[in-house]
Design a protein around this ligand. Structure first.
Ligand code: ATP
Ligand code: MG
Length: 348
């Protein structure tokens, strides 16, 4: 079977290093692997409106920001179709048909939705649109016949829900929709990168991010204030590595080359961790190392981005072309769906 990718992001802010390790970095690798026939990357503005409906300008302003982040990490519009969700009306139609296949109690059990409802203080009154976003996400994935969905760990329940909808649809109306599989990052530190506060997942909504577009000084400042081990007070004290944000980020970002370049006295990350656990290694040193790695990783992204910022028309054109191309596939799928559901009244 041909392999097709669908993934995306909500335009609720610039993209951060959690997106980078959880999804963006992998997308670029998959794009360049040549193994995929088509790759769709969606800017999920309609989904962003489900919890930002009072702030349409925020969503609008971030469309171009997210698109520039995509291009600056290396997504290539020749190989990857970048599209804007709301401009594909077939998605709304498919979502409406899928709604018949999901129960309210099933939506209520979705753990990601549960925690997001809590985070947004929606407990007392949940907007129906927000509650249903996992269904619209199932439409996003399946309208493009995606076989593969590269995302972070918080998306596992969404993929489960999507698979259930696909099975129900195909069992009810005949084999029509492709069942997708999730593709998670292999490195466990990248599944759900914590915020710089060390508490929850790094998330635009929580303001605990290092953004791909942060300046060198902003990165250094954020790492300087980063949560480590609160009991590691003096350099000589033994320190804890688990739950220590600096080490989690080193797990996600450091390579053997970084060690030979910046810390040749350590063989690898395990040796650095061992020294920290024994005592005698200060937070300042590990933070300097992390700052250097992040700067080395983000500098080329930042400089490509500053070029793109000079030419927003170029970025807008990529979005328009990508959206038009994606719509062709969406309308083919919708025709199949209507046929399967016997609502193709005017078709010969
Ligand atoms: P919001 O707060 O608006 O939900 P977000 O920061 O959670 O924003 P999304 O647009 O919801 O970002 O997520 C886009 C993609 O990035 C998803 O595949 C998600 O799994 C992944 N992702 C988001 N945050 C992280 C993180 N901290 N670590 C790893 N992957 C992440
Ligand atoms: Mg999110």
């Amino acid at each position: 079977m041909k392999k097709i990718i669908l993934t995306g992001d909500r335009p609720t802010g610039r993209l951060h290093i959690g997106h980078f390790v959880g999804s963006l970095r992998g997308r670029v690798e998959l794009q360049n692997s040549g193994e995929y026939e088509k790759i769709f990357v969606m800017i999920a503005d309609a989904q962003a409106l489900t919890d930002n409906f009072e702030h349409p300008e925020k969503v609008r302003d971030n469309i171009l920001e997210v698109a520039m982040d995509y291009l600056s990490v290396g997504l290539d519009p020749q190989k990857t179709t970048i599209l804007i969700q709301s401009q594909i009306p077939e998605l709304t139609e498919l979502t409406f048909y899928y709604m018949n296949l999901v129960t309210v109690s099933r939506l209520q059990r979705n753990p990601t939705v549960k925690s997001e409802i809590q985070m947004r203080n929606f407990e007392a009154s949940i907007p129906v649109g927000f509650f249903c976003y996992p269904i619209s996400q199932a439409a996003d994935i399946t309208i493009f016949n995606a076989t593969t969905v590269p995302v972070g760990e918080d998306q596992i329940p969404m993929l489960e829900q999507t698979k259930e909808i696909v099975r129900k649809f195909n069992a009810t109306y005949g084999e029509t929709i492709v069942e997708p599989d999730i593709l998670l990052p292999k490195n466990s530190a990248c599944l759900r990168l914590p915020g710089i506060d060390g508490k929850a997942k790094m998330s635009k909504s929580l303001g605990n991010c290092i953004y791909l577009s942060d300046s060198k000084d902003e990165i250094a400042e954020k790492v300087r204030n980063m949560y480590t081990d609160p009991n590691h007070i003096h350099v000589k004290d033994p320190g804890q590595v688990e739950g220590n944000t600096v080490f989690t980020y080193l797990d996600a970002f450091s390579t053997p080359e970084h060690f030979s370049r910046y810390l040749p006295e350590y063989e690898n990350l395990d040796a650095l961790k061992d020294h920290y656990k024994r005592g005698g290694l200060g937070d300042v040193k590990i933070k300097k190392f992390l700052t250097a790695i992040l700067e080395e990783t983000l500098e080329p992204i930042r400089s490509r981005r500053s070029e793109l910022e000079k030419d927003p028309e170029y970025v807008r054109k990529i979005l328009l072309d990508g959206t038009n191309l994606a719509r062709e596939t969406a309308s083919e799928t919708i025709s199949k769906v209507r046929r399967a559901m016997k609502i193709n009244y005017f078709e010969n």
